[in-house]
Design a protein around this ligand. Structure first.
Ligand code: KIV
Length: 279
């Protein structure tokens, strides 16, 4: 069954936990979809894990559309969340609606996600008015690293926690159907989750959220530039890949790959005849 915003609404009512993983390509998206994940986020984290940038700020609309299209081709049931890149929605509500529309129309996303709280509510309202569902994203929002002065856990003081709660209530009021909470103490994320009637999806925000999201290269130990504390490594796929690459290199060098079973057959009479006539 296709996951929709209604699936998210129902999960909040019934208490069923929601799952979200990032993906940026066809093959990975297909594996996740077949595994039954509720939602696939084509995150602007692709700047780090796919394109090798230091942060997400250089990611463009074209990058996002390119990767959303690839994911779309691999997905039957998961809700596809297209992330709005830095400076695609901050300048004006018109620009925000236009770019959200491009992620849906050109990329094939089902919904969009954007970072920010009360400061982006006008954009959320305008995008929702254009019938595009919006997932908000508060807390340690990576597009604001320069304003934060680095990747810092948010909401640790009374004032900062109150601001996070206000931001969560504001995005709900603006019409967001869900909110990602990133890099926030578990107790604060739980308070927000209890206060909201829309689901919270946590990443580094504890078990009290209505769902969880992870970046797939983190959970598969494929990305070693930095690993946040909240990441659980479900499999050492990075090591498995390295071993396979080394084995391939060794076997090609020493002549043990390819073997006969990896080659195509031809009638020997054809080869014999060819050898006679070949110049
Ligand atoms: O871009 C991304 O992958 C995200 C997740 C960290 C939630 O926004």
């Amino acid at each position: 069954m296709k996951n929709t915003v209604a699936t998210f609404k129902k999960a909040k009512e019934t208490g069923e936990k929601l799952t979200m993983l990032t993906a940026y390509d066809y093959s990975t998206a297909r594996l996740m979809d077949e595994a039954g994940v509720n939602s696939i986020l084509v995150g602007d984290s692709l700047g780090n894990v796919m394109l090798g940038y230091e942060n997400t700020l250089s990611v463009t609309m074209e990058d996002m559309i390119h990767h959303i299209k690839a994911v779309k081709r691999g997905v039957k049931n998961a809700l596809i969340v297209g992330d709005m890149p830095f400076m695609s929605y901050q300048v004006s509500t018109e620009q925000a609606v236009e770019n959200a529309g491009r992620l849906i129309k050109e990329g094939g996303a089902d919904v969009v996600k954007l970072e920010g709280g009360a400061d982006v509510c006008e954009q959320i309202k305008a995008i929702v008015k254009a019938t595009i569902p919006v997932c908000a994203h508060i807390g340690l929002t990576p597009q604001s690293i320069n304003a934060f002065g680095g990747f810092k856990v948010q909401g640790k003081s009374i004032e900062a926690a109150q601001k996070l709660i206000d931001d969560a209530l504001a995005v709900e009021e603006a019409g967001a159907f869900a909110v990602v909470i990133e890099g926030v103490p578990a107790e604060i994320a739980s308070i927000i989750t209890e206060k909201l009637s829309i689901p919270t999806i946590g990443i580094g925000a504890g078990a009290g959220c209505d769902g969880q999201v992870l970046i797939y290269q983190d959970m598969l130990a494929m990305f070693s530039d930095f690993t946040p504390k909240f990441v659980k490594k479900y499999a050492e796929v990075g090591q498995i890949m390295s071993n396979a690459f080394e084995s391939f290199i060794k076997e090609v060098k020493d002549g043990t790959f390819p073997q006969k079973e990896h080659t195509y057959k031809i009638d020997s009479s054809v080869v014999d005849e060819l050898k006679k006539i070949i110049k």
